[in-house]
Ligand binder design. Structure first.
Ligand code: AQP
Length: 341
């Protein structure tokens, strides 16, 4: 339930934790552009650098470079920093300030059930950072500091969004007012979960140690084609109907990627390619991927040649973001009972 007084507003973020993958592009960024261009919502997109330091020890210079590269990626895929608010999380301190309040609303049990926490902390949870454990409370603050009503994300973030709703509901209940919206996740399209090219049961991820498991938005055309050619598949031809892809996760993944890149349904891909063997289908997919991704790669490197301009765009975006975030934080402090001068 979203209360009527919340203006339609979209928020989403991406971690500058390494190069962007095809998963980030199809699962998130491509839809960010659609929502921006639809003009029905104010759109706010963020490089979540505070999240990017939760998992592993990082090199400061690499983080700065990744953040700029991510900003270049946003612009190259079609985010217009005039139409959308595009900024870097740590430049808007209200995110971390609201996150502290939410650390006091969220329960340890809720956080301990998060599958991303379990996956990333692994067997050695004692050695994981407190930041990694509290990650979903910061994510809730990222969203709710703008009173965002809709959050486009990939399937893997569904559980964190449920937690965001729980935090908003508990805050509203504890303080007896409907202050934060109950945000709607927007998880739709053929590629809400792009899978690893070598193992169709695992998500394509920018932090996977093997580069051949993913397509990076900075890959050269021949690397993209090679990775698709070498992607794991099976010897059977493409079926007539989607049911024929059940229990064939790698085949299903390539069909979904094709559909998302071509803006058609997976069934339409089968209609065009049924009966084809994967050797043949992979050639068509590689051509399509290179066609769609090469202009993005080229634009990213053009933008990266002028880091000062990227910093200027991010500085301006942070200013615009703070105009929305600061009054919402001030109201939150009033509700909680913090004195303000
Ligand atoms: N494979 C994927 N398929 C569909 N959507 C995906 N997303 C990520 N991978 C896929 C979506 O991209 C957005 C930003 O993700 P993120 O970088 O903040 O974190 P992540 O989900 O943890 O992505 P990675 O690539 O797996 O990063 P690492 O390896 O650093 O953890 C989110 O909307 C996500 O759903």
């Amino acid at each position: 339930m979203t209360a009527p007084h919340f203006a339609p507003r979209v928020f989403s973020g991406i971690q500058p934790s390494g190069g962007l993958t095809l998963g980030n592009y199809l699962g998130a960024m491509k839809r960010f552009v659609t929502m921006q261009d639809a003009g029905t919502h104010q759109t706010i997109y963020c490089m979540v650098d505070l999240h990017a330091i939760t998992a592993t020890l990082h090199d400061p210079e690499t983080l700065r470079r990744n953040t700029r590269e991510l900003c270049a990626g946003f612009i190259a895929v079609g985010i217009d920093p005039e139409k959308s608010i595009l900024f870097n999380q740590s430049q808007v301190p209200e995110h971390a300030q609201l996150a502290w309040i939410f650390n006091c609303v969220a329960r340890m049990g809720w956080m301990g059930r998060m599958t991303q926490w379990k996956d990333k902390a692994g067997k050695n949870a004692e050695a994981a950072s407190l930041g990694l454990f509290a990650y979903p409370a910061l994510m809730a603050a990222d969203i709710l500091i703008y009173h965002a009503t809709h959050v486009p994300v990939g399937e893997d973030q569904k559980q964190h969004l449920e937690l965001t709703r729980d935090i908003a509901a508990k805050f509203n209940h504890d303080y007896g007012q409907e202050f934060f919206p109950i945000t709607e996740p927007v998880i739709e399209g053929a590629a809400t979960r792009v899978m690893n090219l070598q193992d169709g049961t695992k998500k394509m991820s920018k932090s996977d140690p093997s580069d051949k498991t993913r397509i990076n938005l900075t890959d050269r055309a021949d690397d993209i084609a090679k990775k698709i050619r070498k992607a794991k598949t099976d010897p059977d031809p493409l079926p007539e109907a989607l049911a024929g892809l059940d229990a064939r996760p790698e085949a299903r993944n390539l069909v979904n990627i094709y559909a998302a890149l071509a803006d058609i349904s997976p069934q339409a891909v089968l209609d065009q390619h049924q009966g084809a063997l994967f050797g043949h289908f992979k050639m068509a997919l590689a051509d399509l991927a290179v066609d769609k991704l090469s202009p993005i790669t080229t634009e990213m490197s053009r933008l990266m040649a002028d880091p000062a301009e990227i910093d200027r765009i991010l500085g301006r975006g942070a200013q615009r973001a703070r105009e929305i975030a600061a009054p919402i934080l001030a109201q939150t402090y009033d509700i909680v009972g913090m004195l303000r001068s």
